[in-house]
Design a protein around this ligand. Structure first.
Ligand SMILES: NC(=O)c1ccc[n+]([C@@H]2O[C@H](COP(=O)([O-])OP(=O)(O)OC[C@H]3O[C@@H](n4cnc5c(N)ncnc54)[C@H](OP(=O)(O)O)[C@@H]3O)[C@@H](O)[C@H]2O)c1
Length: 248
């Protein structure tokens, strides 16, 4: 039931961070992973490591803001059983400093890009009469507010509604659409911030009093990718150490 052997899984944004870890986790659970992003050299390194560990992996170049690139990547990938719709960008700026270009950059990648990849994958699943699973990577910032990340938070709130809309409309084709909403996960990119006083204060507001580790996302990811979640669609799973239920 929790078996991923025989499933081909496309992971977008796999050249770093969460996506890189997701690809390793899914390959470790037996899936063939197709890793996608713009930085092909980083993907090639990841594929070499997975294949070196006797896993199944291939890399395809992908820019989620370009429909031609999405179609070409899916042609190269072949039939996909599961999509991990993870590619995303953010910035840190006060809302009145955010420009039209900032807003477009973040929404075009996180929302429009995620929508285009999900719907094109689903179109192809439907056309070949195959069941499938789409796992969107949202954020707790799609459910609560945080300073200096307004376009990002708006994009992630939209990803949560997109998950429910697609869950509704694609159920008739046996395509499930769910999302993981991670809290703050420790990565190399945010290491410096979480060593600062502001970063330490933020960690104190998490009921479990720690950041998430990448491995904390493994269980929900494998659940949603596998047949263990056959009766789940339109669900949002928060993985945040209780951050969203922190005391007022
Ligand atoms: N880290 C956290 O604490 C956290 C918490 C909640 C949610 N998330 C979400 O998790 C996802 C991954 O974030 P991360 O922290 O791992 O960030 P990251 O290390 O910066 O990774 C972002 C990934 O997205 C890819 N990407 C960006 N623009 C793209 C485009 N136009 N086309 C294709 N790929 C693109 C990047 O690859 P290329 O540059 O090679 O294209 C990279 O692989 C995001 O959706 C983010 O919002 C992260």
């Amino acid at each position: 039931m929790f078996e991923l052997t025989g499933k081909r899984i496309l992971v977008t944004g796999a050249s770093s961070g969460l996506g890189n870890h997701f690809a390793r986790t899914l390959a470790g659970a037996g899936a063939e992973v197709i890793v996608a992003a713009r930085r092909k050299d980083a993907l090639d390194g990841l594929v070499a490591e997975i294949v070196g560990g006797r896993g199944l992996a291939r890399a395809v170049p992908l820019d989620v803001t370009d429909m031609g690139s999405i179609a070409a990547a899916l042609d190269m990938a072949g039939d996909i059983d599961v999509l991990v719709n993870n590619a995303g960008v953010t910035n840190t700026k006060a809302v009145l400093e955010q420009t039209e270009a900032d807003f477009d950059f973040i929404l075009d990648t996180n929302l429009k890009g995620g929508f285009l990849v999900a719907t094109e994958v689903a179109r192809r699943m439907k056309n070949r009469g195959a069941a499938g699973s789409i796992v969107n990577i949202a954020s707790i910032l799609g459910l609560r507010q945080g300073g200096q990340v307004t376009p990002y938070a708006i994009s992630k709130a939209a990803v949560i509604q997109m998950t429910k809309q697609l869950g509704l409309e694609l159920a008739r084709f046996n395509i499930r659409v769910n999302a993981i909403a991670p809290g703050y996960v420790a990565t190399e990119l945010n290491d410096a911030f979480f060593q600062s006083e502001a970063g330490k204060a933020l960690i104190k507001r998490v009921p479990q009093r720690r950041l998430g580790n990448l491995s904390d996302l493994d269980g929900p990811l494998v659940l949603l990718a596998s047949d263990a979640s056959l009766y789940m669609t339109g669900s949002i799973i928060t993985v945040d150490g209780g951050h969203l239920v922190g005391s007022l």
